[in-house]
Design a protein around this ligand. Sequence first.
Ligand SMILES: [Zn+2]
Length: 344
Amino acid sequence: MRAIVMYSAGDVRVEAVPDAGIVEPTDALVRVTHSCICGSDLWPYKTMEPSDTGRHMGHEAIGVVEAVGADVRTLKVGDVVVMPFAYSDGTCVFCREGLHTSCVHGGFFGTVDVDGAQAEAVRVPQADGTLVVLPVGEDDALMPSLLTLSDVMGTGHHAAAAAKVGPGKTVAVVGDGAVGLCGVIAAKRLGAEQIIILGRHRDRVALAREFGATDVVSERGDEAVERVRELTDGYGVHSVLECVGLEQSELTAIEIARPGGAVGRVGVPQDETIPASQPAFFNNINVSGGPAPVRAYIEELLPDITEGRIEPGRVFDRVIGLDEVPDGYRAMNDREAIKVMVKP
Ligand SMILES: [Zn+2]
């Protein structure tokens, strides 16, 4: 089969690789109908050290079950399924608490453990716990939005949940990538009264406004902090969704939270330490977040998509085949595209 393999920063190849197949009795084999490139794929795209074996990329997918292992109970051949970016058994102590990204039998796609989903097919471990059957056919018009349940919509929702967004709250979203944009959707969905997006890409902030952002702050650093304070009677916001992961964005996130506020972090931190420890302490700011347990949120978010209340699939502004994926990485890295869908 064909799959995307990254060998070093900037070196993304379409390659013939051994076919994916069932290895463990709890596995499912899924033929990938929809995948995509993630903002987090751009970190190795910028920094990966050369590797002889390469890394199989991709952790977001919708597909059709082609085969199941002997112990799989809830899935059958032909089911259309969505795959969260992490696999999980759904039964361990952490899964039962809704923290599937800490599953004791879990792991992540597109790593040394399991190959990626930017491929014609993918092996899904812990299939009963991981996969969710979708109530639509494989060519349904809702597919772009349903695909965001793999990662970005669930991750935006996790940022909002960690930032304690609720009815009447003031919210700021740091970052205008696909996760930040889904964070706007999540904040509005949870009843936020004011939603300030911090971003500077014209097309992205325009989409953020359509998703429910009430204000746009295009400044950075101290000027951004000042603008957010102006917009919030000088106090800062109740809830900050940090969707970038750089030192500057984390610093801004803490500085724009009002005393007693919360920062929900979903941008993968690129540094070992969190900045602004003292302001966070003296303002009693709750800093939370981490890898989103998107599996935990699918049942909650799915009806909002199928019943048309939210349309997160609008973050996809380019659709390509596997052959064009190397250029898809380039386009996302150059900010030519917000998020690229791949149809293998
Ligand atoms: Zn588990």
